[in-house]
Design a protein around this ligand. Structure first.
Ligand code: PAJ
Length: 283
């Protein structure tokens, strides 16, 4: 496995592998890898002869007061895990390689359809940072396939829209959420949880399970379902940002004609200093 810090080095590796007739798959990450990330690498591996993973804690997608500084960075271990999965190249650029422009002068990619609701409302500017860095990674690697987790359901929807709106010839593949045995979705941020918080953290998943079962059983009073889910979270010590029943396709509120199978329940809540997100498709 090659470790690549420059855009030129990535292009060199990809060009050589393309000359050998290989397809190219990209798995973007911010590092501190766990089984969720590795599941994406396996999907990528099954789809292309050359797999590039990126490890880059993207400053552009963190708001002021968020955890950019303390985001866990474990690059040595990440490389061991990626190598064991047969990754061909890990792209880990310094910030200046990705953002040579002066502060505030970086060209941004904005996906208005998805960037202002839900996570975008709680984290203004977050998705402009995500769309911009992912677009840059696409332009650097020029993959045939890119793999993203359903854990970040809104991010995946936004990237599908970006690819469609900008006519990018890239197949976007979504991979299922990998969970701990108690249901908590794996996340690099879970390690911020104290042992006591970790014990209640799976209530987020269980709350979404209850909501999605009610919808599957035919309930259609979304505000009541959402409000009761928030109440359940508060009862366990969470500070909910939102619980929302939405359509999987466009993340808009459900319409009369939508069947339960086309819906997803999304939740975000703080537990102490840690912000957790999760979602569950009803279908
Ligand atoms: P990061 O949080 O490191 O996640 C990288 C990828 O792993 C994302 O596609 C995310 O959805 C997926 N992932 C994380 N936890 C998962 C889990 N438990 N099960 C399945 N997939 C999981 O998402 C980002 O980084 C960044 O926003 C990025 C796309 C890299 C842009 O900076």
């Amino acid at each position: 496995m090659q470790t690549l810090e420059s855009i030129a080095a990535v292009r060199g590796l990809v060009a050589a592998r393309r000359r050998d007739g290989e397809g190219v798959a990209l798995v973007p990450t911010m590092g501190n890898l766990h089984e969720g990330h590795l599941s994406l690498v396996r999907v990528a591996r099954a789809r292309a002869g050359c797999v590039i993973a990126s490890v880059f804690v993207n400053p552009l997608q963190f708001g002021t007061g968020e955890d950019f500084e303390r985001y866990p960075r474990t690059f040595g271990r990440d490389c061991e895990l990626l190598e064991a999965e047969g990754v061909d190249g890990v792209f880990a650029p310094p910030v200046a390689e990705m953002y040579p422009a002066e502060a505030g002068q970086q060209t941004l990619v904005v996906v208005p359809a998805f960037s202002r609701m839900l996570e975008g409302e709680s984290r203004p500017g977050h998705f402009d940072g995500v769309a911009t860095v992912v677009m840059k990674l696409f332009n650097i690697v020029m993959p045939d396939v890119a793999v993203f987790g359903e854990k970040d359901f809104q991010q995946l929807a936004l990237i599908r829209r970006l690819v469609r709106d900008l006519c990018l010839p890239i197949d976007i593949v979504g991979a299922p959420i990998v969970r701990d045995p108690d249901g908590l979705a794996m996340s690099s941020r879970n390690q911020y949880l104290s042992p006591a918080e970790r014990r209640v953290a799976s209530v987020l998943h269980r709350t979404l399970v209850v909501a999605s079962r009610r919808i599957a059983a035919g309930e259609r009073s979304w505000p009541a379902i959402e409000a009761e889910a928030c109440k359940a979270l508060e009862g366990s010590g969470f500070l909910p940002d939102y619980v929302a029943v939405r359509r999987t396709l466009d993340l808009l509120p459900p319409q009369e004609a939508d069947t339960a199978r086309e819906l997803v329940v999304l939740g975000a809540a703080r537990l102490g200093r840690t912000r957790l997100i999760d979602n569950l498709r009803v279908g």
